[in-house]
Design a protein around this ligand. Structure first.
Ligand SMILES: [Zn+2]
Length: 232
């Protein structure tokens, strides 16, 4: 079934939406994605859908100058998260710039009570150090999760794991997905170009769950995480 609302017949025979289970996408760079997605905005104030805004660790050169724009976008009613932000030791960007920008965005997430979408590549110890120091209360989503050895540690921190194309490309991830408590799972397309349905299909196969049941679980997780998201 496609991402449309399922329609059930009511007692009087009219078609109505009894429940709206859909394919929610926690992180995408596809700016034309629908309202069930959190679109990664790189400063697009006119965007109509729901979006997240932040400074990516690959783009931290002028982070302090950009914070004012980020703040004004983050206050918009359709901004549902801060990020993606975090640390990435695979790129040559100065790590202390990355750390400063990350810390500033954690404060923003706390101040505006918005969840934070985390980008973390080869830098979990550093991310953990910042997290322990700042002790944030808002939910964090580890996006594009694919690291076998990290799952337990990340879950211990009560961080949600968002799975994307790696679930399809890397068979070992199935084992991890099965270990993750159901209320800590989200799905995403990121910049893969894959339809989000493919991720759900693969996950339901891995978990041995009916796809409709899985959709319900993820819809609930999504709504409880992105609390500014709403229907209509
Ligand atoms: Zn991304």
């Amino acid at each position: 079934m496609s991402g449309e609302n399922r329609k059930l017949s009511s007692n009087n025979g009219n078609l109505m939406n009894i429940f709206a289970v859909m394919y929610f996408d926690a992180h995408t760079h596809d700016v034309s994605a629908g309202r069930n997605s959190v679109i990664q905005s790189s400063r697009m104030p006119s965007m109509e859908g729901f979006f997240s805004v932040g400074i990516h660790p690959w783009q931290v050169e002028n982070w302090s100058k950009e914070m004012e724009t980020i703040l004004s976008l983050a206050k918009k009613s359709n901004c549902v998260a801060i990020g993606e932000t975090g640390l990435d030791k695979q790129v040559t960007k100065d790590l202390s710039d990355q750390q400063e920008a990350f810390v500033a965005q954690i404060h923003l997430s706390e101040d505006l009570e918005l969840p934070l979408i985390l980008h973390c590549v080869k830098s979990w110890p550093e991310v953990l150090e910042v997290r322990k120091r700042l002790n944030p209360k808002q939910k964090w989503i580890f996006h594009g999760f694919s690291k076998h050895g990290l799952a337990k540690e990340v879950l211990k921190e009560n961080i949600l794991l968002s799975f994307g194309k790696s679930l399809i490309l890397e068979p070992h991830l199935g084992e991890i997905l099965r270990l993750v408590p159901k209320d800590k799972i989200l799905f995403e397309t990121d910049n893969s170009g894959l339809p989000i349905e493919r991720i759900y299909e693969k996950a339901s196969e891995i978990l041995g769950l009916e796809e409709t049941h899985l959709e319900e679980i993820i819809a609930l997780n999504f709504k409880q995480t992105f609390t500014k998201w709403h229907i209509g």
